[in-house]
Design a protein around this ligand. Structure first.
Ligand code: ZN
Length: 513
């Protein structure tokens, strides 16, 4: 019988801090009710479709009748997860886990950076939400790539044009008519377990989530409660004037008048709130087309590759594998930006950095390659109505480096689980060459993260007490909103690809030698 410890170890070491639901016959809706804390689960062994059937066995007793209590499971889970935290400053381990309406579980721990100011810390709840976003984003990207692959076959420009126009029409119709249907299908968090009472900052941060007030919070020694009970009379997305958000504006004005107060309590009345995490694209009411730009960019890029307008091998490298890696990184960065959450500043942003990582024994055996490999790591901004609990792309990068199954070879955690207590800095130069930071953003964004990113990275890297602090080069790649449309001339996408690609190229020089 698998022990819960082992399940958590596998998830944290190899699963990217996630327990994925296995394909199950369960529909999405079976998991959406948040009021079924007790009962309603006994019949099946996996009423919430929890990813590993083995997990259920952990909780089952020797009796043949398996009663799986998902709340109990989450509570036990976080107790083990906290061992995988990285708290060199506080030495205070926090674990968090959330269950989504689709039966996926995402984990989080606190991630601190040694010798850096406390605002560099990522709380367990933020880490967990970031992991959920990444998990959902990657699942979408995989699905998208799979579909594109299945379509297969080269198509003529005319055929493409036809398809695009059709799709354009379909999207327009969806935007107008099917919004509510679409929303029902989105993945959202329904339960959150934490090892400690969440701090005020995290309560505020969690308040950004879709249907936040109804999320069940499970804390040690306490009955399940709703987030609304932990954060009564909350300040939230509804309180801010978000331009373009006219429907909410009216709602706000009405409420302010009736309550004679600036604070708005979201009551039972159904309010259509669009500013929510995990909403995918486009979560941003101000910027539906702007973020759509990045999705279009990905799509057009892939099309251009398929119909031969972009040809791997025509550039200086001529190495197909490397061209594909650049292409994949660009695509993922664009996708990451499209799923950043920036309703308050209208400044969606995503970053990527290439780092060496140590190949696992299995990977070495499979590929026959003993050298370390190179990977891109991604992070996107996540905003909060109260501003300061917001996460910058740098915070998200800390989560990405800590929670990836492909940890950079320079990275160590502080946990007895790893047989050592010390941590290394998040970054140091594994080779004596600068590390590139790729930043995707919009030209007219209010916030320019590129300005601060270089300083942040250097600040963190300087903590290295070994030999060499790396240099960082920021490569900011800005897009015009609404740049790509179905009416764009065909060569726009090719030109754009070449512009961006030229910024990516030199990385391969350093890593592929
Ligand atoms: Zn917190």
């Amino acid at each position: 019988m698998m022990m819960i410890k082992e399940v958590v170890r596998d998830a944290c070491e190899e699963g990217g801090y996630a327990l994925r639901r296995r394909n199950s016959s369960l529909g999405v809706n079976e998991c959406t009710t948040t009021e079924t804390t007790k009962g309603g689960r006994g019949e099946g062994s996996s009423s919430y479709g929890v990813s590993l059937e083995e997990q259920i066995l952990i909780l089952s007793t020797s009796s043949s009748e398996i009663k799986f209590d998902v709340d109990d499971f989450l509570r036990r889970l976080v107790h083990e997860v906290k061992e995988y935290a990285r708290p060199p400053t506080s030495n205070f381990h926090v674990g968090a886990a959330c269950l989504t309406n689709r039966g996926n579980i995402f984990l989080g721990v606190n991630v601190e950076v040694e010798k850096c100011a406390l605002n560099r810390s990522v709380h367990a709840e933020q880490c967990m939400i970031t992991n959920a976003m990444v998990g959902i984003r990657n699942a979408e990207l995989e699905e998208y790539r799979r579909k594109e692959k299945m379509k297969g076959g080269k198509k003529t420009k005319e055929e493409r044009e036809k398809e695009r126009r059709k799709e354009h029409e379909r999207n327009n119709n969806n935007n107008n008519n099917n919004e509510s249907n679409e929303e029902e299908e989105k993945e959202k968090i329904v339960k959150i377990a934490i090892t400690h009472a969440p701090c005020g900052h995290c309560r505020q941060f969690m308040n950004e989530l879709r249907d936040a007030k109804d999320i069940q919070i499970l804390l040690p020694g306490m009955a399940a409660m709703r987030l609304e009970e932990l954060l009564p009379k909350a300040f939230g997305p509804l309180d801010l004037e978000v331009p373009g958000d006219e429907e909410h504006r009216e709602e706000r004005i009405k409420r302010r008048k009736s309550e004679g107060s600036d604070a708005i309590v979201v009551d039972e009345e159904k309010v259509h709130v669009r500013t929510l995490l995990l909403d995918g694209c486009p979560p941003n009411p101000r910027d539906r087309d702007g973020l759509g730009t990045m999705e279009k960019f990905c799509k057009l890029l892939r099309e251009a590759l398929e119909d031969g307008r972009i040809r791997f091998g025509q550039f200086s490298f001529g190495n197909l594998e490397e061209e594909e890696r650049i292409f994949a990184a660009m695509e993922e960065l664009a996708h990451t930006m499209a799923h950043s959450y920036a309703p308050y500043t209208d400044s969606p942003c995503a970053i990527a950095i290439p780092l060496e990582y140590q190949r696992s024994l299995e990977e070495r055996w499979k590929t026959g390659d003993k050298r370390s490999g190179m990977r891109f790591y991604f992070g996107a901004s996540v905003e909060c109505a109260a501003y300061n609990p917001s996460m910058t792309p740098m915070h998200a990068m800390q989560v990405a480096l800590h929670c990836t199954p492909f940890r950079p070879s320079s990275y160590k955690k502080s946990s007895p689980e790893y047989g050592h207590i010390g941590t290394r800095p998040l970054f140091w130069s594994q080779r004596r060459c600068p590390i590139s930071i790729y930043v995707f953003g919009f030209r007219d964004a209010k916030i320019s993260y590129a300005e601060t990113l270089k300083k942040e990275f250097e600040d963190i890297a300087r903590r290295n007490d070994t030999d060499y602090a790396p240099q960082f080069i920021v490569k900011e790649i800005l897009f015009d909103r609404h740049m790509f449309s179905v009416e764009d001339p065909q060569d726009v996408i090719v030109r754009e690809y070449e512009r961006i690609r030229s910024m990516f190229v030199e990385v391969l020089d350093w890593y592929s030698l």
